[in-house]
Design a protein around this ligand. Structure first.
Ligand SMILES: [Zn+2]
Length: 334
């Protein structure tokens, strides 16, 4: 297969067995005019049939998927696989190394860069390769996210509400197999160019996640991620073994209105009046924002504009006007 990309790789996607390698992205730095940034990739193949494309580190400061995929790349053996698993544990490796959401090289968000361009900055070049070289091979696409340093989430497997009922049903059924407490249908309120949106538009069974946050990172969240990835591979018959159910039956919830995403009305320090999973009603005060400039004035109230359950909130209280505060969800059924 000829791929129109600047990226070169030492893995052969058609070769049986397990290969560890890298996507080489040509770069030029002040310290080295000729350089390559290596994005790690693992390909495990055994025969012919469906392909799962799994990624972590789309946002560099979200480490659950990165750790789970590095562990799974070592753990899974070719004889357990039918037929191919492609793993990118650190899709935005420069961001992973700098512990940031965005790339430190070009300042871009990998999850706003799809489908990318051949001749652009590094984030867009990687997105372009994933979109044009890897996605065409994939049947199941999983891009693992969490709150990183900015969001605090009750763990969920995510997707958009798609017009294709059959694709949507397949995606919800696959998401249920993950074994996270929630399956969460979300709306884009932070721009376009998301990797999962692009994969969904190609008709792929596409799952994202929001699993915890940097502050919640630990044994439980890494376990929930690793078990979930294994379960999805088993549910789709790509990996041998039994599905290990989660602790609870996953519930499907959605935040489909723009008003379900509460942004800061003013800048300051956000004090929440709720914990995750609390019920709220439209018009209810869900927190208040303290002012640096007028610290002894009454804090600015923050209202829920819709009714439902609190699914997530910002994990860092310092907010500028317009920045994210919280999400309200309601039960969803197809
Ligand atoms: Zn993310």
């Amino acid at each position: 297969m000829t791929i129109d990309s600047q990226i070169f790789t030492d893995v052969d996607y058609e070769k049986n067995g397990k290969q560890y390698g890298a996507l080489g992205v040509p770069q030029s730095f002040n310290t080295s005019g000729w350089a390559t940034v290596y994005v790690p990739i693992c390909v495990i193949k055994n025969g012919d049939g469906p392909t799962a494309l799994l990624s972590g580190g789309n946002h560099g400061d979200e480490y659950e998927g990165q750790v789970a995929l590095m562990n799974l790349a070592r753990e899974i053996q070719p004889e357990q696989v039918h037929v191919r698993i492609i793993m990118l544990p650190m899709l935005n490796r420069p961001a992973s190394e700098s512990g940031t959401r965005l790339s430190p090289i070009d300042g871009k968000n990998m999850n706003r860069a799809f489908p990318g361009q051949r001749n652009d900055t590094i984030t867009s070049i990687i997105a372009h390769y994933v979109a044009h070289a890897l996605l065409p091979m994939a049947d199941v696409v999983v891009d693992v996210h969490s709150g990183g340093r900015t969001g605090h989430f009750y763990p969920s497997v995510n997707m958009h509400h798609l017009p294709n009922h059959e694709q949507m049903k397949k995606m919800i059924d696959t998401a249920m197999a993950w074994g996270a407490p929630y399956v969460f249908i979300y709306r884009d309120v932070g721009g376009e160019g998301l990797y999962p949106s692009y994969a969904e538009s190609l008709g792929k069974v596409t799952l994202g996640t929001e699993i915890g946050s940097a502050a919640q990172f630990g044994k439980a969240m890494v376990h929930l991620t690793t078990r979930g990835l294994r379960n999805v591979l088993r549910y789709t018959n790509i990996l041998d073994g039994e599905i290990e159910p989660g602790e609870t039956t996953p519930q499907v919830v959605a935040a489909e209105e723009r008003e379900d995403y509460i942004m800061a009305p003013v800048s300051g320090v956000f004090e929440p009046f709720f914990e995750l999973l609390d019920k709220v009603s439209a018009g209810q005060v869900i927190g208040q924002i303290h002012s640096h400039e007028l610290p002894f004035n009454e804090p600015h109230p923050v209202y829920a504009r819709t009714s439902g359950m609190m699914m997530s909130r910002c994990s860092f209280p310092l907010r500028r006007q317009g920045e994210y505060l919280a999400t309200v969800v309601r039960p969803f059924s197809l």
